[in-house]
Design a protein around this ligand. Sequence first.
Ligand code: UD1
Ligand code: CA
Length: 488
Amino acid sequence: MAGHSRMEPRGLAAIVLAAGLGTRMRSRRAKVLHEIGGGAMVARTIRALADAGAAQIVAVLGYQAREVEAAVRAAARNAAMAVAIQDDQRGTGAAARVGMGALAPGYDGDVLIAYGDMPMLTGTTLREFLRAHRESDAALSFISVVLRDGGAYGRVIRDPNGDPLAIVEARDASATELGVGEINTGIYIARADFLRHALAGLEPRNAQHEFYLTDIVAAAHSRGLQPRAWQAPDGAEFAGVNTREELASMETILRDQVNRRLMAAGVTIVDPASAYISDQAEIAADVIIGPNVQILGRCRIGAETRIEGTAWLKDVEIGERCHLKLGVRAEECRIGADSEIGPFANLRAGTELEGHNRIGNFVETKKAKIGRGTKASHLSYLGDTTIGRDTNVGCGVITVNYDGYEKHHTQIGDRCMIGCDTQLIAPIKVGSDVYVAAGATIVREVADGALVMSHHPQREKPGWTATWRKRHGDDGTKHHDAPKPTSK
Ligand code: UD1
Ligand code: CA
């Protein structure tokens, strides 16, 4: 530690311990994969660590490592994310050792350690903790809270001077120790060199025959490196999830926090109890959110947009003054300003509406780039397509994009009238200012300014219906109000 001056900022790395199954969830899924606030629990911890300024983050994984890895990588943002596998789950100390092995070689900054099942934890709190740790110049700090009843948590035992001496697990504690209200939250910051040394010296001398990370507190104390306990004012942020019931109640608390923050910033939420909004959403003032709306992932919604209700939106960017009518499902897409969507519209990934668009009922779009002012008001499938500006897509228009092996592209120009019930057999190109007659099947490129149709000439057989019915022994009453024979 001699090499560090107080003034020179040390680096920050983080280790998140998430190798366990979490048996009390009674699930085949790893606990940290259970979702809260619209994403995996562990993703929230990773984000908090990244927000706290961790430049590298190591996730220690074991149970369902592949799935958990995908979740942590998606959450890591700018931090360098590494994964270390703990095959033999012999305790939190063993897990931390595995994590240290995956840090950049020779790393000598601070290491923040947290558990992956603490979804309320915020980067703001971690930054305060880090500041206190660095101000004290301690080799090791951890976060404690004082509870009326310490339950199953590790107890913070202090020496006669009032300095932390050790953390004793509830299982290993004496009756007097169990009476201590100050508990270990499970969040630590230590200097890498101290940590390597302390972890190497751990021994599984306890009720569970495990290597306890918590024993690094006693290790520091006995080496005369005074460990610090940073007492957090509010324990709620450090609550761990162990059961489905805790998961649900935490979801409610989180959701309530987000809703209140948004309302304070000028968003109308008609029924907060049925608004499920991710804390990553950016929602402008005077947006109105109706009942039964889910806004997941990283959505951005511009001012004065109105969501009537019953909507599922994930990673969607919506411009100003849009109107989402009842029943919109949209994912990974962009809806330009002044657009009107729904009722009952399905905007799939890669939909980009330039603005002033109308996408009406029972219209599905996918990878569809649609120019300003273009409308598709009823019953269409627009997939793998580029459409210019001010085109009208009639009722029942379908891009026939799939040949059973590959998807093909449809291009339509500006100011077209695509007649009702048209099929566009992709790959296909329709120019600008084209009129497509209703019911056309378009198989070849259409030049700018043309009228195109593919009708069969209409034929008519007078009196045909009566002949047909007669052949089936029907005098014309069968389909109407002829009295039904009684079954008795
Ligand atoms: C731990 C602390 C306890 C603290 C409590 C706070 C220890 C010994 N005890 O107890 O002082 O009050 O957290 O919630 O650290 N894990 C691994 N590999 C392992 C074992 C655990 O990755 O081999 C992970 C788990 O997946 C979990 C976390 O570490 O996310 C904590 O482990 P857990 O067994 O739940 O510790 P607690 O008994 O809660
Ligand atoms: Ca736990």
